[in-house]
Design a protein around this ligand. Structure first.
Ligand SMILES: C[S@@+](CC[C@H](N)C(=O)[O-])C[C@H]1O[C@@H](n2cnc3c(N)ncnc32)[C@H](O)[C@@H]1O
Ligand code: SF4
Length: 335
């Protein structure tokens, strides 16, 4: 029987129980298992082997992800494939390569335009592209797609890229090309945490970005990381108490992943001890998630998909749910 009545204490109790039963690996660290084996372990596969007997899904639509791997500077926690301060010419070349890859898909599928079910432009930071290049990219991208039955068009953004005149210009361009939803990497609303994350913005800058995006007509998903070295349960609770006051449709809570996977290790993985901060104890990390859960529930947000909280199920990331719940076919541009 679970002895505690409080939801947070119950979650920690379960954690201890699982650990006692030997079901918790590496003292509470966790392995993300998006796919197994990791991408880097896949053997070479020819197009024929991969797509020779391919039959399009019954609704003849595709969930589309394009990775734009450019950023301003390295956030200490980030393990995504990214490149910093790339020269303009390289970003231009990348955009052209995405178009070439899309053309190969059109040819392979025998369609003039690829029918989209949902779209996510992720990264990296797609909005790191200059307004001019962003416009050129979106122009070529949407002209190769059939958007008539598309359900959601989202872009990942870093808050600083949507500020000032260039930021306003990017917001205008994205609206003009049919993007209606932004995922904003807020990460924390605690300035000390943001400094330790090596983010290039503080909390008030992130809030300005949300306001500008909201004013431009976007629906908003914001992302936070919990279990960060140096954070306490109280720090984290304060962040979530503030988050629920913001005008956003979706809140995603990422537990900090320290164990490397895929092809890149976060700078933090090797260096967090050098920050002279402790990594929160796994029991405390579990308590962080459980407290956030309770606060979000009190304000009408439900965890409608793992780590994804919304008040209304229609606001859920379509890309995420198509991928994990719908198991739909995806076209991933990951160059
Ligand atoms: C692909 S990143 C794009 C975010 C965007 N470029 C920005 O910086 O605001 C998507 C999200 O993954 C999360 N993330 C990245 N590295 C992580 C890690 N090591 N552990 C947990 N979450 C992580 C962050 O919350 C981030 O906002
Ligand atoms: S968190 Fe975002 S801005 Fe930071 S390195 Fe990763 S993709 Fe780039």
């Amino acid at each position: 029987m679970v002895p505690a009545t409080d939801a947070v204490a119950q979650m920690v109790w379960w954690f201890d129980e699982y650990r006692r039963l030997g079901l918790i690996c590496r003292d509470g660290e966790f392995y993300p298992s998006v796919h197994y084996p990791p991408i880097t372990m896949y053997p070479f596969a020819s197009e024929r082997a991969l797509l020779g007997s391919y039959v399009p899904p019954p609704d003849n639509r595709f969930s589309i992800y394009v990775h734009i791997p450019f950023c301003l500077k390295a956030c200490a926690f980030c393990h995504y494939p990214v490149k910093f301060l790339a020269p303009d010419a390289e970003m231009e070349r990348y955009v052209d390569t995405v178009f070439r890859e899309m053309d190969l898909w059109r040819e392979r599928l025998g369609v003039d335009r690829i029918p989209a079910r949902s779209i996510l432009l992720g990264g990296g930071t797609p909005t790191y592209l200059s307004p001019g290049l962003l416009e050129r990219f979106l122009d070529g991208f949407v002209s190769r797609l059939d958007l008539t039955r598309n359900t959601q068009f989202t872009v990942d953004v870093d808050p600083v890229t949507l500020l000032g005149d260039p930021g306003g210009e990017r917001l205008r361009i994205m609206r003009a090309y049919g993007i209606e939803r932004l995922t904003v990497g807020i990460q924390s609303l605690n300035d000390d945490t943001l400094r330790r994350m090596n983010r290039h913005h503080d909390a008030s800058t992130a809030l300005q970005c949300l306001q500008a995006s909201r004013d431009a007509g976007f629906t908003l998903n914001i992302e936070f990381i919990y279990g960060y070295p140096g954070d306490t349960l109280d720090d984290w609770r304060a962040v979530i108490e503030q988050a629920v006051t913001l005008q956003v449709e979706e809140i995603q809570l990422y537990r900090l992943k320290m164990i490397p996977y895929g092809d890149r290790t976060a700078p933090l993985t090797g260096g967090f001890r050098g920050l002279n901060r402790r990594l929160p104890d796994p029991r405390e990390v579990i308590a962080m998630k459980a407290s956030a859960h309770a606060i979000l529930n009190q304000h009408g947000f439900q965890e409608n998909l793992g780590r994804v909280f919304t008040r209304d199920t229609s606001a859920i990331s379509r890309y995420a749910s198509n991928q994990c719940c719908g198991l739909y076919d995806q076209i991933r541009g990951h160059w």
